[in-house]
Design a protein. Structure first.
Length: 95
């Protein structure tokens, strides 16, 4: 319940319970755009793998990407009803 309240305050995104997917997904997209995660969620942005910069800069860029990817995953997971969350397998991915 606390996670739902926190998610609602941060994103305004209600939990998806299986109904109204198109409206929910449109709102979710806006959340990801607002929090600079849409490129990761949509697959347009890939994890940095080659850089003209130093190895330390590449490692830092990868770390930032990984943090944003985990934030996107947690946003999705926390915006699902328990039944949808369990059936999606997202919980198994975080173990």
């Amino acid at each position: 319940m606390a996670a739902q309240a926190a998610l609602g305050v941060i994103t305004g995104l209600e939990k998806f319970n299986g109904d109204g997917y198109h409206l929910w997904s449109s709102k979710a997209k806006m959340v990801f755009i607002a929090h600079d995660m849409w490129g990761i969620v949509s697959g347009e942005e890939k994890r940095p793998s080659v850089s003209g910069s130093s190895e330390a800069e590449l490692t830092q860029a990868q770390k930032i990407y990984d943090q944003r990817a985990m934030r996107a995953l947690s946003t999705i997971a926390l915006s699902l009803s328990d039944a949808i969350f369990i059936s999606s397998g997202v919980g198994a991915m975080s173990e």
